[in-house]
Design a protein around this ligand. Structure first.
Ligand code: AMP
Length: 302
């Protein structure tokens, strides 16, 4: 199975208590693609400007990431700036220079139309639907969104959610989308909107997944040094969907393994700026940390 991803490829300028990274590679589709490429071939649909360099492109080379859908147009690449609090638990967006992303109309190359899995990154829900319309019968459709679209385009978002099987959002977004403060109630309401599987990300407090079978909880890996959490959510999604697409089945047991694979990849993402840690990561390191997750959550019957 190969995954088509649509989202942002960006330059990020990030300030953390440990330092600043200027104009480094970022964007939801970048983190997603590299994480998913450990498991399945990825087809990347995004836009960059004339200033996007070979050095940044190198991140995608030598991996099964197809770049035919990465459009390059006149103008500057999307540039996002964020600053983290001392405990890294909250962040402030300093600027969002949309640049070429403002006029982004995803064009799906003919070779991508038979993609079996699709990840709709956090973009306008109307564009998310246009992507789906250009793909023939995908077996697996997962989606991300954010407060900006929940508040700004609620009807369009609802229409998109009707066509999605798996929604990955954070706890604040689940509350906002459902109008319910309690996450169990929020999940019930969101699942009625379309996605049979809802994954609620809670940062350093881990993940909750709601399916027809019930609820599954996984902690975040207890990292000794969290350096930069930017992209952790997208990296989680890439590991989760990449593993799921490679598993060849989407039952509850596979979904649970995918949650832990996503958490594993996200923990590595936080160890360095940008995609730096993901780019040196090996399959063996992923497997080792996955096993540590098993130990972390194993307990006996009373
Ligand atoms: P995350 O930390 O998982 O929320 O993802 C952060 C990444 O999302 C950064 O690399 C940004 O470049 C990208 N990003 C920030 N704001 C937006 C936006 N409005 N649309 C698309 N991508 C964005």
């Amino acid at each position: 199975m190969s995954i088509l991803v649509v989202g942002s490829v960006a330059y990020d300028t990030v300030e953390t208590p440990f330092g600043t990274a200027e104009r480094v590679l970022g964007g939801s589709a970048s983190f997603f693609s590299v994480a998913a490429s450990f498991f399945v071939p990825v087809r990347l649909v995004a836009v960059v400007g004339e200033d996007f360099g070979e050095e940044q492109l190198a991140a995608f080379k030598d991996r099964p990431i197809d770049l035919e859908g990465l459009e390059r147009t006149k103008g500057k690449t999307f540039h996002w700036g964020g600053k983290y609090s001392l405990d890294l638990n909250s962040r402030e967006t300093l600027f969002t220079d949309l640049n070429v992303f403002e006029f982004f109309k995803p064009k799906i190359p003919a070779a991508y139309r038979t993609s079996e899995a699709v990840f709709l990154g956090n973009i306008d829900p109307v564009l998310q639907r246009q992507v789906l319309e250009q793909v023939e019968k995908p077996q697996l459709v997962a989606c991300d969104t954010m407060n900006f679209w929940i508040d700004g385009q609620p009807d369009e978002l609802r229409e998109t959610l009707r066509q999605v099987q798996i929604l990955l959002i954070n706890d604040a977004e689940a509350r906002e989308l459902s109008g319910e403060w309690n996450l169990v109630k929020a999940a019930r309401a969101v699942r009625k909107m379309g996605p049979r599987t809802l994954v609620v990300k809670k940062g350093e407090h881990g993940v909750l997944m709601f399916t027809d079978e019930g609820c599954f909880a996984a902690p975040a890996y207890p990292l000794e040094t969290v350096f930069d959490p930017t992209g952790a959510g997208d990296t989680f999604a890439g590991g989760f969907l990449g593993y799921l697409a490679s598993a060849g089945e989407q039952g509850d047991a596979a979904l649970r393994r995918a949650i832990v694979v996503g958490s594993t990849l996200a923990s590595f993402c936080c160890e360095a700026f940008s995609l730096d840690r993901l780019l040196t990561l090996t399959r063996r390191e992923i497997d080792e940390r996955y096993r540590e997750f098993q130990d972390l959550t194993r307990f006996e019957s009373l």
